[in-house]
Design a protein around this ligand. Structure first.
Ligand code: ZN
Ligand code: ZN
Length: 147
C-alpha cells in the first residue's frame, strides 16, 4: 500500500516538474507510512539521523512544495505549528484536546451543507472544514485511571 502510494506520489511530482531528491523521497515516505499528520519538526526528528545536513527549514520547504502540487494538505490550528496530511481522499479529523493527536475518519454527504451555505449566503463555496474535538482513547483511559 505504501509502495503504491509512494510511486503515485513520485509520478505526480515528476509530472509537475518537481525534482525528486533523496530527502523529498524520505519525507514523502514518512508521510505515507505514518499517516500521523506530523509537524515539520516531527519529520525532521525522524529523519535527522539519515540526513544530518537537513534542517527543519528544509523539511518545511519540501512540505510546501508537496502542498503546492496538491500532494499534502497543510493543517493550521491557531498559532501552533502546521501539521501535514498526505492527501488520499477527503476525510475529516477528530482531534484530541489533550495530546493533539489527529485521527482520520470518513463521513459522507456534507455537500448538502455547502449547497445550503451557498444558497443562504450567496457565497461561491470552495470547501469546508469540520473537526471533532475530544479525548482520544489513550487519553481517556489515562484520565479514568487517575480518578
Ligand atoms: Zn490524546
Ligand atoms: Zn487526515
Amino acid at each position: 500500500m505504501v509502495e503504491v502510494q509512494l510511486k503515485e506520489a513520485i509520478k505526480t511530482l515528476k509530472q509537475t516538474g518537481v525534482r525528486i531528491t533523496p530527502q523529498r523521497h524520505a519525507i514523502l515516505e514518512y508521510l505515507i507510512r505514518y499517516m500521523s499528520h506530523p509537524t515539520a519538526d516531527e519529520i525532521y526528528k525522524a529523519l535527522e539521523e539519515k540526513f544530518p545536513n537537513m534542517s527543519v527549514a528544509t523539511v518545511y520547504n519540501n512540505l510546501r512544495v508537496f502542498r503546492d502540487v496538491g500532494l499534502v494538505k497543510e493543517l493550521t490550528y491557531g498559532d501552533s505549528s502546521s501539521r501535514f496530511d498526505f492527501v488520499t481522499s477527503d476525510h475529516y479529523h477528530a482531534i484530541c484536546e489533550d495530546c493533539g493527536r489527529i485521527v482520520d475518519f470518513h463521513y459522507p454527504g456534507l455537500d448538502e451543507v455547502e449547497h445550503l451555505a451557498s444558497h443562504v449566503t450567496g457565497f461561491k463555496v470552495s470547501h469546508h472544514r469540520m473537526e471533532i474535538y475530544g479525548k482520544c482513547p489513550e487519553c481517556k483511559q489515562k484520565q479514568e485511571k487517575s480518578k
